[in-house]
Design a protein. Structure first.
Length: 142
């Protein structure tokens, strides 16, 4: 994947081409078929994945909380707080993602603190937006 193509994803917002090129070797590409569970509620997950193509649903105790598509990231909660997965993430369509592991994030921290800080800030913004959205949704339909 080209570094310039990654700049359009919120996870990499504000990063320069050189910064993305520096972390590209730490990213993995993954593919899944329709109906596959990528993350299972209550189990360990050590990767943040962002969607290049396809759609997933996020389900907690049988309730669909979200549907995500191209550009959205998932799995960040477990990577940030190192707890078991809060929800199940299941593919709705064939899916192609890029992933970054907890170990890779530590490597970025060691060699490029500025890039690490921007990625963490982008994750925090995405989580905050998601929390606001859930808050709005459940306050309208208690």
């Amino acid at each position: 994947m080209e570094s310039s193509a990654l700049q359009k994803y919120s996870l990499f917002g504000g990063l320069l081409t050189e910064q993305i090129e520096g972390i590209l070797p730490l990213l993995d590409e993954e593919s899944y078929g329709e109906g596959e569970e990528i993350i299972v509620e209550g189990t360990a997950n050590d990767k943040i994945r962002f969607i290049l193509q396809g759609r997933v649903e996020v389900v907690k105790q049988g309730i669909v909380l979200y549907e995500f598509g191209e550009g959205d990231a998932f799995g960040e909660m477990e990577v940030l707080d190192v707890m078991p997965s809060a929800a199940t993430v299941r593919t709705l369509t064939p899916l192609r993602v890029m992933s970054i592991s907890h170990k890779a994030l530590r490597e970025i921290y060691k060699f490029d603190l500025k890039t690490f800080s921007l990625i963490i800030m982008n994750l925090a913004r995405d989580l905050s937006r998601r929390l606001r959205s859930l808050d709005d949704r459940f306050m309208k339909n208690p």
